[in-house]
Design a protein around this ligand. Sequence first.
Ligand SMILES: [Zn+2]
Ligand SMILES: [Zn+2]
Length: 493
Amino acid sequence: MERKLADAEEWGVTRTNVRTDQRPAHGEPRHRHAQRPRAEQRPRMETKPREIIKDGKLRITFYGAAREVGRSCIMVEGKGTKILIDAGIKLGEVEEHPVIEDSMLKQIDAIVISHAHLDHCGYLPHILSNGFNGPIYALKPTFELVNVIVNDYLGISKPKGIKKDALAKMPKHYKMVEYHEEFKVKDLAIKLVPAGHILGSAMVEVREGDNRMLYTGDISLKTTKLLDPAYTEYLKASTLITESTYSGTQDVFISEKEVMAGFVKSMKETLAQGAKVIIPSFAVGKAQTVLFILDDYVRSGVLPKVPIYVDGMINKVMRIYRHNVIYCRDELQKRILMSEDDPFKSPNFHVVEGKDDRAKVIKTEEPAIIVTTSGMLKGGPVVRYLEKLGDNHVNKLIIMGFQAPGTQGSEILGGAKEVDFDGKKVKIGLKVETYRLPGHADREQLLRLIGKVQGLKNIFVIHGEEGKQKEFADELSRKYKVTLPVLKEHYEV
Ligand SMILES: [Zn+2]
Ligand SMILES: [Zn+2]
């Protein structure tokens, strides 16, 4: 059975069947194809029994995000050191966890978290409840975002095997590091480099002597309203582990200008009719970008002066962005420091707090924009809005993010006129449109990044749909040794 891609950046699950995915011992994915692509037919990089790692070598094992998006979890070992980079879960029709055995957790010396999306950090409470007792390294804003989104996830999803105090104990393990500042875990030297994806997101460089490995985490090479692009100067590594979310030959993003022209036209139409536009959004990253774009349009008169209601966890996340503005673009910092014009506190934004507030927003006769969670419409306040406003054909639902198959969001995009939310049927009579505002690099950006890495020989392609990864590997294998890793297999580099 081909596994469906899950957008693991979704935070708001209403229901989950928690399943720790214990695959067969050799860790074969369920969808082996008889025909292997060129990049995979080559002999694999040396795979060795667990005990021996040669001097100066690194051993890499993938416990998730292999031929899938979700549950990123990579073990990197030096001779006497074991670190885990990322500890994510995968949210889709069922929740899936990294395939690392609990018995191994106490052997891990440290964990490094690239950024605060659940597909990179959602497994932390489990790891801390089941034997890991070391430090967790990340940027300060990452920790603050992790606290909020993991708390939310535990509250909604209630995964098993997690101690009651796991969340409260998490901060005791936190070791804040800064970008570009090398730190050591035993004999491994580690450095985090800006990744341009969300606040605090980082690429992770691991060095054993002169042997360098670089992991992209989730990456974007585009400047956004809030963030600088990934830092791609002076990258040096013989091995790269790269994400590949949008690495397919079809993944060429049209310019934001073009996307936004269509978006604005559509918004204007709806608002001019006195109707409401609902924009479901991921709480971390996407929501902030959308809100800043909307605020700019309202301020400059491109969009009419209507209230922008902000509902759900987005508000908490906005506060974290604001007090970590030092990690945002310079321009944004200056705007806050040098003027009264604080875009985080724009008079156009109206925080919706609780049911009563929400009821008022729903009742108003005026046109309005509502930005709320969850991004894939699996739950969260957006459902309440759809219940009341979703059957009115003048209103509009604008979807700006990827919708995983099997989610209510993808059903609506597919034209469903009625959608089930936790057993409750909701009529979808409003207009539905989608505009893509990606937080990841597209194929061209990924290739540009890879071209910047000096001394590069080996590339592991992860965090993507298998089909796209194969297209990407075809291109890369002209120049590099490319591997689409298999879960639980060891690769020595
Ligand atoms: Zn991410
Ligand atoms: Zn991710």
